[in-house]
Design a protein around this ligand. Structure first.
Ligand SMILES: Nc1ncnc2c1ncn2[C@@H]1O[C@H](COP(=O)(O)OP(=O)(O)OP(=O)(O)O)[C@@H](O)[C@H]1O
Ligand SMILES: [Mg+2]
Length: 300
């Protein structure tokens, strides 16, 4: 059984009287204790998917299952909260600047247990050690810590109740390269020790190479290709996946939703191989063993 199973999830927003199809029938999964990476450029719907999974946005359509339980239904809210935690992009915004780290962690801890402050100290000291921070960090304020240290605190906070799934939404994008490498190493260590599943969100296909098992490539609210990591890196098939892999700067062209075709493949306007048939939307099909693609290029 999959740890997380997302099925045909839709989430539309209305922005300035226009409909934004942020998620338009997304299928995705995370296996127990493994990492699935969700990759795509800015605005393609990654954070929206994360927020739908953690229950911050209700989906318009589709179903989400965690360990086989449907978490989109209200009666499973507590189950969802116990099992799924999220780490956000910007650690500076994730912690209250007026509170010590102790207070922020204690607040999160007291959601799950009725532990007294004094008794929480040794537990939280151990927790900080598990993310390789000194115990004294407990008594600091966020402004006294570096971005990397703050993100370690956020990761520690997300682990408080031993979740089975951690959603990491671009957790290193506010950090420099060497700090990014250290955080990725830390995440790998945590995964090995605790066997927690990750949904790792990034716009950088190269970064996820170090931790992903499965890679899902998203383009404007649709998964256009997914496969185990080796297949994605050795044999990328979708023109968009190739573009992401080739991008050195990763500052790809921003195309507003209004220029997206009303029907057909959403990549149409940018695709060098487009044909008339692409005006009919390609569905995801298995092209080779475990390699799924929504594009006519490789179909016989
Ligand atoms: N609350 C909202 N109201 C209206 N539109 C929204 C809302 N949240 C997201 N959107 C729109 O939905 C689309 C997807 O946004 P989302 O934040 O999920 O993208 P993203 O892939 O996480 O981008 P980034 O890489 O920049 O974080 C965008 O067009 C965005 O403007
Ligand atoms: Mg985002």
């Amino acid at each position: 059984m999959k740890l997380l199973q997302v099925e045909k999830v839709k989430k539309y927003f209305v922005h300035k009287r226009k409909v934004v199809r942020a998620l338009d029938g997304v299928d995705l999964f995370v296996e127990e204790g493994q990492t699935s990476a969700l990759v795509g450029e800015s605005g393609c719907g990654k954070t929206t998917l994360a927020k739908v999974v953690v229950g911050l946005y209700p989906p318009q359509a589709g179903k989400i299952y965690l360990k086989g339980e449907e978490i989109t239904s209200k009666r499973n809210k507590a189950f969802l909260r116990r099992n799924v935690q999220m780490v956000f992009q910007n650690p500076y915004l994730s912690l209250d600047p007026r509170c010590t780290i102790f207070f922020s962690l204690y607040e999160a801890l007291s959601i799950f247990t009725k532990i007294k402050k004094k008794e929480a100290v040794p537990f939280l000291e151990e927790l900080l050690k598990s993310v390789e921070l000194p115990e004294s960090t407990l008594w600091r304020y966020p402004h006294q810590l570096s971005g990397g240290q703050l993100q370690r605190v956020c990761i520690a906070r997300s682990l408080i109740n031993n979740p089975s799934l951690l959603i990491l939404d671009e957790p290193t994008s506010a950090l420099d390269i060497s700090t990014t490498v250290k955080i990725i190493d830390l995440l790998l260590k945590i995964q090995e020790e605790k066997s927690v599943g990750f949904l790792f969100i990034s716009h950088n296909l190269k970064l996820v190479k170090h931790l992903a098992w499965w890679v899902f490539v998203m383009y404007y609210g649709k998964i256009v290709e997914f496969a185990p990591k080796d297949l994605i890196y050795k044999n990328p098939l979708h023109p968009y996946t190739k573009l992401l892999l080739d991008a050195t700067t990763l500052k790809l062209k921003d195309i507003p939703e209004s220029t997206l075709p009303e029907r057909g493949c959403r990549f149409f306007s940018r695709c060098p191989y487009k044909k008339d048939m692409c005006l009919k939307e390609p569905t995801l099909i298995e092209i080779e063993n475990n390699h799924f693609l929504a594009c006519y290029l490789k179909r016989k």
